[in-house]
Design a protein around this ligand. Structure first.
Ligand code: ADQ
Ligand SMILES: OC[C@H]1O[C@H](O[C@H]2[C@H](O)[C@@H](O)[C@@H](O[C@H]3[C@H](O)[C@@H](O)[C@@H](O)O[C@@H]3CO)O[C@@H]2CO)[C@H](O)[C@@H](O)[C@@H]1O
Length: 641
């Protein structure tokens, strides 16, 4: 039997003598990992698949000065050699050792041994992309490194889903060192690459750190402005005053990363797909158009702007434009004029620069995180001032509903839960409820409906409606738990409400991922009265955990929660309640419908729970839709050449 060592990859993969042809698909994921190991050993191992790099100096834009030794002769600008993951060419196949396993066990598991790890993988047929690409995500946050909300969840899992489908994926984000987060970056190593970024009146040196995990290259941009106490974007005094500077650095660095970082031995090169998330990353398509393409760089790259939330656009006074290091003639791309009502005084002309607008007008494609939201952003009510511009780009605007990471959010394996359960055996859920009541110091009462809320305490989330409804709701025989942080006024209200209703209300002020999992599992009902909700993840997590969502029917909430219908032709249908319009009366009506169904119609309730738990919100589906967007982007010339 040939061994992995014999093939030059240490103990990474073992070779089976014979694998039935029917098993081939099942083995692809393992094979991909093996190939990935191959390409990450610095090139000393046999490399049967990667084409030899073309020897040519990388094209460097003239305005950026690398401060480390320039990279060794690297590949030509285009086309980029395709490093792993590789398409299923069949070349260089390395089969795992299946000796000694029964056919059944081969069906279920494959053992993959590597020098660091030995794991048993559930082998599911992993769908593969028809065309694989080099994808560069740029984001202000990605879980588990740094997360302030749903943006972190998406940027922590969509890249992995794309990588598993065969793409080569890099995520570029800041290396936040605020004390509490430092340990999350412990496995990221200094790449020895520095660049100096000309902006804000000087040259600012940033360095790059790198971790390869879950088939993704996680790249962390390091600069002193990312090292400070507080949360990612601010502290107790509000948003940091230099956020525009911090995310300008991120965008410049993200444009350089594919050109200079040799990850696993190869740069990503110029033919990449930038996925720019929210305003923090929105300067990327502007830089591509204004500072790279005029020099012949990135003409084969494309960009897609993903809008997670129009509420944050990165708007600063127009006087900051020269700080951005952009040519004066590009001012119009960022130009923003506040409507008169939003100006501070009679002499205020409302002139500003708006990062998100810059991406709306320069990105090749635009995606919102649900279909409902993709329509709402084109309306005066939902467009937050960008509706006309977004309408003008309707032909490249699509909505893709987020997925959820079922490795993290799965009630049958969740590491934060005291008991586990599944759609086939719900008994653990009642135990989770009792444990949650105990943990919160509420009376342990299985019969009382426990309602939960989890989220940022922000105007978006409709906390003010909850606040107004609480006196009425507290007259009912229910329990209510809220977990959240943000607006200090709401934090204070949660604390005082808790002391007013000791037996019924708990307000957990803070940010705690374990507590959020236990609330999701232990509650019967999850309330989300969001004013607007681009997608919303908590309702997806709730359904996965058999917790019935009661939501305002807006954006992604309306797209994902199906109203309960006890009279449907084919029997009861629906996964929750989506009420509209957003009034206290409607919210209370929907909550009370849910409560009476919970109390009086046990089998209907179980149906609601089970339909939610059986819904498929996995990332793979969304990832395949993103692939379609990538293909469309590459069919056209860059929108701004
Ligand atoms: N105090 C706390 N403790 C622990 N965890 C907490 C927490 N507060 C919030 N979270 C977590 O943060 C995430 C919130 O995600 P959401 O998608 O619901 O909203 P958010 O508005 O942040 O995201 C934006 O981006 C996402 C992603 O695209 C869109 O779904 C959404 O509509 C849009 O507003 C969830 O994982 C939640 O559990
Ligand atoms: O994942 C949660 C959300 O994270 C992002 O929103 C953050 C936003 O991008 C930051 O700029 C900042 O917002 C501050 C805002 O800039 C400032 O004018 C003031 O209104 O205070 C805000 C709060 O500090 O923090 C936001 C997170 O709270 C992301 O852009 C969103 O899509 C995500 O929903």
């Amino acid at each position: 039997m040939a061994t992995a060592a014999g093939m030059g990859i240490g103990a990474a993969c073992l070779v089976a003598p014979q694998v039935r042809p029917g098993r081939r698909l099942r083995l692809q994921r393992v094979r991909r990992r093996c190939v990935a190991e191959l390409s990450r050993d610095g090139g000393s191992a046999q490399r049967p698949l990667a084409p030899a790099p073309l020897v040519k100096q990388p094209v460097m834009p003239t305005f950026l000065v690398p401060t480390s030794t320039p990279p060794a002769p690297a590949q030509s600008p285009s086309p980029a050699p395709t490093p792993p993951p590789l398409p299923d060419s069949g070349v260089g196949e390395i089969e795992p050792d299946l000796e000694g396993l029964t056919e059944d066990s081969i069906d279920k598991t494959i053992f993959v041994a590597s020098e660091q790890e030995s794991e048993i993988m559930d082998v599911k047929e992993q769908a593969q992309a028809k065309v694989t690409r080099s994808v560069v995500f740029v984001t202000g946050e990605a879980s588990p490194y740094a997360k302030s909300g749903g943006l972190g969840d998406v940027c922590g899992s969509l890249p992995i889903a794309l990588a598993l489908r065969g793409h080569r994926v890099m995520v570029v984000m800041p290396r936040y060192m605020n004390g509490a987060l430092n340990k999350n970056f412990a496995n990221a190593f200094y790449t020895e690459k520095h660049i100096k970024i000309p902006c804000f009146g000087g040259e600012h040196e940033v360095t790059f750190f790198h971790e390869y995990r879950d088939s993704v290259d996680w790249v962390f941009v390091d600069h002193p402005s990312y090292h400070r106490p507080g949360n990612l974007y601010g502290d107790n005094f509000g948003a940091f005053g230099d956020n525009q500077f911090r995310y300008t650095l991120l965008c410049y660095a993200a444009c350089e990363a594919p050109l200079i970082l040799e990850l696993g031995g190869y740069i990503y090169g110029q033919k990449c797909m930038f996925v720019v998330n929210d305003w923090h990353a929105s300067l990327v398509p502007v830089l591509l158009a204004a500072k790279y393409r005029p020099y012949g760089v990135y003409r084969d790259a494309r960009s897609v702007l993903v809008i997670h939330n129009l509420a944050h656009q990165g708007v600063e006074p127009a006087s900051t434009y020269p700080d951005l290091g952009l040519p004066p003639e590009w001012y119009g791309a960022l130009e923003w004029v506040f409507p008169e009502w939003a100006r501070r005084h009679a002499l205020d002309k409302g002139e500003a620069v708006n990062f998100l607008k810059g991406a709306v007008v320069t990105a090749d494609r635009i995606v919102t995180v649900s279909q409902g939201y993709s329509w709402e952003v084109t309306t005066a009510e939902g467009g937050q001032g960008l509706n006309e511009l977004l309408s003008s780009r309707k032909s490249v605007l699509n909505g893709i509903v987020n997925g959820i990471d079922i490795n993290d959010w799965n009630p049958s394996t969740d590491k934060f839960l005291p008991y586990h359960y599944s759609v086939d055996d719900l008994s653990g859920k009642a135990k989770c409820k009792a444990e949650l009541q105990k943990e919160l110091g509420l009376p342990i009462r299985p019969d009382v409906p426990l309602i939960g809320f989890i989220g940022r305490l922000d105007y978006q989330k409709g906390i003010d409606l909850i606040k107004l409804a609480i006196p009425d709701l507290m007259r009912d025989n229910i329990q209510f738990v809220m977990l959240g942080s943000g607006d200090p006024g709401f934090e204070g209200w949660m604390r005082s409400t808790e002391s007013g209703y000791r037996d019924k209300f708990r307000g957990w002020v803070g940010f705690s991922v374990p507590v959020s999992h236990r609330i999701t599992a232990g509650c019967d009902i999850l309330l989300m009265p969001s004013r607007f909700e681009p997608c919303g993840l908590n309702q997806l997590y709730a359904m996965q955990y058999g917790t019935v969502p009661v939501v305002h029917g807006t954006g992604g909430l309306r797209d994902t929660v199906e109203n309960f219908n006890p009279f449907a032709e084919k029997g009861e249908q629906g996964t929750g309640w989506a009420f509209s319009p957003l009034t206290i009366e409607k919210m209370l009506w929907a909550l009370r419908m849910a409560i009476s169904t919970y109390r009086e119609h046990k089998s209907s309730w179980e149906g609601l729970m089970k339909r939610g738990m059986s819904s498929d919100f996995t990332w793979d589906h969304a990832a395949s839709q993103y692939e379609q967007i990538f293909e469309w982007a590459f069919m056209d010339q860059p929108y701004v050449m």
